[in-house]
Every structure is written in C-alpha cells, then in structure tokens.
Design a protein around this ligand. Structure first.
Ligand SMILES: O=C(O)CCC(=O)C(=O)O
Ligand SMILES: [Fe+2]
Length: 358
C-alpha cells in the first residue's frame, strides 16, 4: 500500500493492488487485500486500485471517443438528451444539480457545469426478467466513429472490476463469498462520462462555479477513471476538503450510500465534489468516467446483522426507491427527502465553512 501526494493533515487515499483477486491468487494474499480494503473503506471511503488488468488500449480508445463526442457542437450533442427521468444520453452543462440528490439546495441551483454522457444496462439484456424500462432504459448511441464499440468495451471491463470489488467486500465483511451476487446479478449499472470544460468568456468565473456539486454516490461502489488534472475533492471526517488525483494506471474507487446503509456506516459513502482549477482565467479541462454499480432494482438493502450494533441508522429500502429519489434530485430538480443523514453531513461542512474553501 502506498500514499499519494503528501498532505499536511496526513490524509491519503491508499493504493491497493487487487491482482490476488483478479488472478485468483492464494488465500493469504487475498486476505491482505481484503484487510486493506476494509481499512480504506472504514477510514476514507475512497481508495485507488492497481492490478485491475483493464488493458491500457481499452482505456485509450474509450477516452479518445469520449473526446470526439464532447468536441461536437452543443446543438449536435443536445440531440442525444433524454427526459430527466431517463438516466441515459447527453446532459448539457448546468442541467443537473448533484447537491439536490442530497436534498440540499445549493446557492447556484443547477449550477454544476459538467457535461455528461450516460450509458447503462438495458432491460433487453435480461429477457427473462420483467425489468422496468425507465430504469433499464435503452441506450442512445451518438453518431461518432467507434463510440459504441469502445464505450461498450470499457463498460464490460469496469463491470468486471465492480464485481471483483464486491467479492473482496464479502471477504472484508466476513460474509459468504457470493453474498453480493444475489443483489447484483441484474445490477442497474450506469457509466457516466464527465467533461469539465468551459470555453473562455462563456461564463463569469466567480466563486460559485462548481464543476460538480458535493454529493455521495448513490449505489454500492463506483469505479472512477479520471484524468490526472486536479479538481476532485474529498471531504475528510473533520470536514476538510482534499484534492485527489489518481496515481499512474490507478482507478479511484469510492463507496456509495447503499454500502453505508448495509454496513450501518462502518464503511463510508464519502462526500466529494469537483472544482477544477482556474488557470489564467480558464478552466483546466478535466475528464472522468464514473461506473456506478448500483445493485438490482428489486434488491432490498437492510443493515447487515453483524453491523447493527446498538441499532440501525437506516430503515430497509429497495435499490429502486433509493436511486429513484436520488435521480429525481439531481436530474429533475426535486430535493431528495430520503437522504437525511447525508444532507446533515453537507450542512455540517457548510457551517464549518468547509464547502466554500478550496
Ligand atoms: O469527476 C470526478 O472525478 C468525479 C465524478 C463524480 O463524482 C461522479 O460522476 O459521481
Ligand atoms: Fe460522484
């Protein structure tokens, strides 16, 4: 395990080599990985993984087609917008507010300037299950050479990594090895490609401008590919923000709300946001791609018996109810009424002045 850039407060996002799981290595090596994951999940809620074995060429082709898409004129990209309740296709800058996914009204409502393109698991993939079309919606593929093939190749790899991670989580939490499979065998996964860029002069670069507002991720676990450009910031337990950039070849991993619910907050769904640096009056362009592994729509998430302790902080909820409320916040502007504990953490950070500071 290694540390990333020195932070005066000692905050760091550990690097974990997961190859003993990817290569079905020996149990002792796997136990070390599971212990490292437990430690990172309990203390930071973020980690970096290497040894994931996603071929570099898959990532190169994927990021190249992302660039080709985002380089299209805005009007062309807008042709690929879906209605707010369908989490697919293009989302133009300022069309979403991540803080509303937590029920928190930010000063600049719908001020997040990221643009995104979403693809996800389709109902057709599981013809024997009667999955709701609005959640497992059909993808829209832009007319960009190799886009569908390159994005699908990365999607398949990220999905494999997500399943490897839940296998590690099962060991780290002393659960049966296939515990999470029953909750994720038709998981509602979405890949969100994000582009943070604003042409000079397009907007006034004031302090309110946010690439992506503070939020926790909604599901089980997120596999995040990101440029090594600063911008991603993670909130520590003392309410301070820290810049996080991935090490060479590493993917960032963070836990979502469902994992915090399952573990009764033994593991954290950590608040994060994106504030790309402004250099010479322009935003330093930054890209990322978040693969959200959210679980089966009909899965019921209740606190694990081993984590109940003095009492559960959360009532049971289905993945569908939870994700639906989150998306109604971020995409349709309806503050989420169910994220009481997460919203309280945001407000606490605001009271400490943490949300404004770089
Ligand atoms: O751009 C990033 O690094 C983070 C993106 C993110 O948090 C998200 O898409 O949920
Ligand atoms: Fe996120």
């Amino acid at each position: 395990m290694g540390a990333m850039t020195a932070d005066p407060t000692g905050f760091h996002v550990p690097i974990i080599d997961i190859s003993p799981y990817v290569r079905h290595g020996d149990p002792a090596d796997r136990a070390v990985v599971a212990a490292q994951v437990d430690d990172a999940a309990s203390s930071v809620g973020f980690m970096q993984i290497v040894g994931h074995e996603i071929p570099p060429a898959v990532i190169e082709e994927f990021t190249a087609v992302m660039d080709d898409f985002f380089a299209l004129p805005l009007e062309v990209k807008k042709a690929y917008c879906a209605p707010p309740e369908i989490n697919r296709g293009y989302a133009p800058p300022r069309s979403e507010s991540l803080s509303l996914s937590l029920g928190v009204e930010s000063a600049g409502r719908m001020n997040d300037f990221f643009e995104a393109f979403n693809v996800g698991v389709e109902a057709d993939e599981y013809p024997d299950l009667d999955l709701p079309e609005e959640h497992y919606a059909r993808n829209t593929w832009p007319d960009v050479a190799h886009f569908r093939a390159s994005v699908s190749a990365y999607f398949t790899e990220a999905r494999r990594v997500a399943h490897t991670l839940t296998r590690i989580f099962a060991d780290a939490l002393d659960l049966p090895p296939d515990f999470f499979e029953g909750f994720t065998d038709h998981s509602l996964d979405v890949l969100r490609m994000n582009n943070y860029a604003l042409p000079p002069g397009e907007v006034e670069l004031d302090g309110e401008l946010t690439g992506m507002g503070e939020h926790t991720d909604y599901g089980i676990v997120t596999v995040l590919w990101a440029d090594q450009v600063k911008g991603l910031q993670v909130l520590d337990k003392e309410g301070r923000w820290h810049d996080v950039t991935p090490a060479d070849g590493a993917l960032l991993i963070n836990l979502g709300d469902l994992m915090a619910r399952w573990t009764n907050e033994r593991w954290m769904s950590t608040l994060h946001r994106v504030k790309p640096p402004i250099v010479d009056g322009t935003i330093a362009r930054r890209r990322s791609a978040a693969y959200f592994h959210d679980g089966n729509i009909d899965a019921m998430i209740s606190t694990l018996p081993s984590c109940v302790g003095a009492g559960s902080r959360y009532s049971p909820i289905t993945v569908g109810e939870h994700i639906g409320a989150k998306l109604a916040g971020s995409r349709a502007g309806r503050p989420n009424p169910y994220a009481r504990r997460e919203a309280e953490r945001v407000r606490q950070a605001m009271r400490r002045g943490g949300l404004g500071q770089q």
